[in-house]
Design a protein around this ligand. Structure first.
Ligand code: ADP
Ligand code: MG
Length: 427
């Protein structure tokens, strides 16, 4: 178990560098990078590690062989009546042991590769392990330490089951070593706590409620190019301002008990922003006041904090913007410029019906961003009824592209505004 040695500490800087590089890659911002050729060459040496992970894959194959070997022996002994109860228990524990070590291996292979070499791009995959979306060297260390504790407890249990054939010396040391594993896992978990709290604090500082006039400042449209013309990487605050949110709503402020029904799991998963990297869309559908805009803005704020550029506007404002570009004969440029923003939010689709010309503009926007970048859309009408909003033949084709790679979240229940008003009145 050499991975548990100080090699981890030596590689901590590599993990951070890898993470920063990945964030830059994912953000798709065209801001200039400051990496020097020498630094880049050093960073590129991480690829030397790639074959090591394939070596571990071979080791995993050995464990698969070992597992079936043990299983076969167990079955044979049971069939021939040579298996005592203690033997069966020990053999099953051995199988569990092999599986746990194999699990540990996969954690090292996938997590290590993702953290130290390159992104695997599992975002949005239905088999993506929960921990992989926020894996870093700290998470990995704690996961490995707890996995080792699990394995050592199985070993200890094996010793106690077979206590008559285990020397006191082995029992004593087995227990001491197990306690040492528990202590080191506890220390690692404790140490990663303050680190996580620190990064949480930093992220909280960045989304403090702005002054009211800042929130309510008229949402003048920032040309799409403006966000990317900064000499340096824009700060989170600059991103939040440029996004043009009507008010800063946070996902953390969303009372998930209020809407009678909505897919809480999907919303929690969306909060990890995998949909941005996977270039998928998000559509919130539900009656007025159920928190669609709140959730869309909440995701937008998270995206800004993660380094993505976001633009928010209502469907009507988008229609005016696209029509303006079309009339000026630069619709194609405008759509291309919007590519600088990995996330666009189109709020309140459905409150105003659009004519065939405007529907065509929305179709172009959605078709242009299809599989290229993300849209977050809110609407009071299910996609199947969008032909009531958009005149002309585009509605169906538009919905088809929008929904193909989309997370659809249906929110049902009474309006949060009305509920607040009626309960205040009742009070
Ligand atoms: P919609 O876009 O569905 O019409 P909004 O997102 O504009 O609704 O919500 C209306 C108001 O109610 C906003 O101020 C929003 O923050 C608040 N709100 C709605 N649902 C919730 C909720 N579940 N928890 C906290 N605030 C909510
Ligand atoms: Mg709304």
């Amino acid at each position: 178990m050499s991975f548990h040695s100080c090699e981890w500490c030596g590689f901590t800087w590599t993990a951070e560098a890898a993470k920063n590089a990945t964030v830059q890659a994912i953000s798709r911002d065209s801001s200039p990078t400051t990496t020097t050729p020498l630094g880049y060459a050093l960073f590129a040496t991480r690829w030397l590690q790639a074959p090591l992970y394939f070596g571990l894959v071979a080791a995993q194959g050995v464990y698969v062989y070992k597992f079936f070997n043990e299983l076969w022996t167990l079955v044979l002994r049971c069939v021939t009546g040579q298996a005592t109860e203690t033997y069966v228990m020990l053999a099953v524990l051995k199988l569990v042991d092999v599986v746990m070590i194999a699990n540990l291996l996969i954690m090292v292979i996938v997590g290590g590769y993702e953290t130290f070499v390159s992104r695997i791009g599992l975002q949005g995959h239905r088999d993506q392990p929960e921990w992989l979306s926020h894996v870093n060297s700290n998470v990995l260390k704690v996961k490995l330490a707890t996995a080792i504790v699990g394995i050592s407890s199985v070993h200890l249990l094996q010793m106690f089951v077979d206590v008559h054939h285990t020397s006191r010396h082995a029992l004593l040391w087995g227990t001491v070593i197990h306690m040492a594993f528990i202590a080191s896992a506890a220390i690692l978990a404790y140490m990663s706590g303050p680190m996580a709290a620190q990064s949480e604090r930093v992220s909280h500082e960045t989304h403090k409620e702005p002054a009211p006039e800042e929130v309510r400042s008229p949402k003048a449209f920032v040309p799409a190019q403006a966000g990317s013309r900064h000499d340096d990487e824009p700060s989170v605050e600059e991103r939040l301002r440029a996004a043009g949110f009507p008010a800063r709503k946070l996902l953390e402020e969303f009372d998930s008990e209020h809407p009678h029904s909505f897919d809480r799991e999907t919303v929690a998963r969306l909060g990890k922003l995998d949909f941005v990297a996977a270039r998928r869309n998000v559509v919130f559908v539900g009656p007025p006041g159920t928190g669609k805009t709140h959730l869309a803005v909440g995701l937008g704020v998270r995206a800004c904090q993660a380094g993505h550029s976001v633009l928010f506007a209502t469907a009507e404002e988008w229609a005016a913007r696209l029509a303006g570009a079309r009339d000026a004969g630069r619709l194609a440029e405008e759509l291309a410029a919007l590519d600088d923003h990995p996330v666009l939010i189109v709020d309140e689709v459905g409150y105003t019906p659009f004519d065939a010309g405007t529907a065509g503009l929305f179709f172009q926007l959605i078709a242009h961003r299809y599989e290229r970048s993300s849209l977050i859309v809110t609407s009071d009408r299910p996609l199947g009824r969008w032909d009531e909003i958009f005149g002309g033949p585009s509605a169906l084709a538009m919905v088809d592209r929008l929904a193909h790679h989309a997370e659809l979240v249906r929110i049902d229940g009474e309006s949060y505004r009305t509920r607040r008003a009626t309960s205040a009145w009742a009070d």
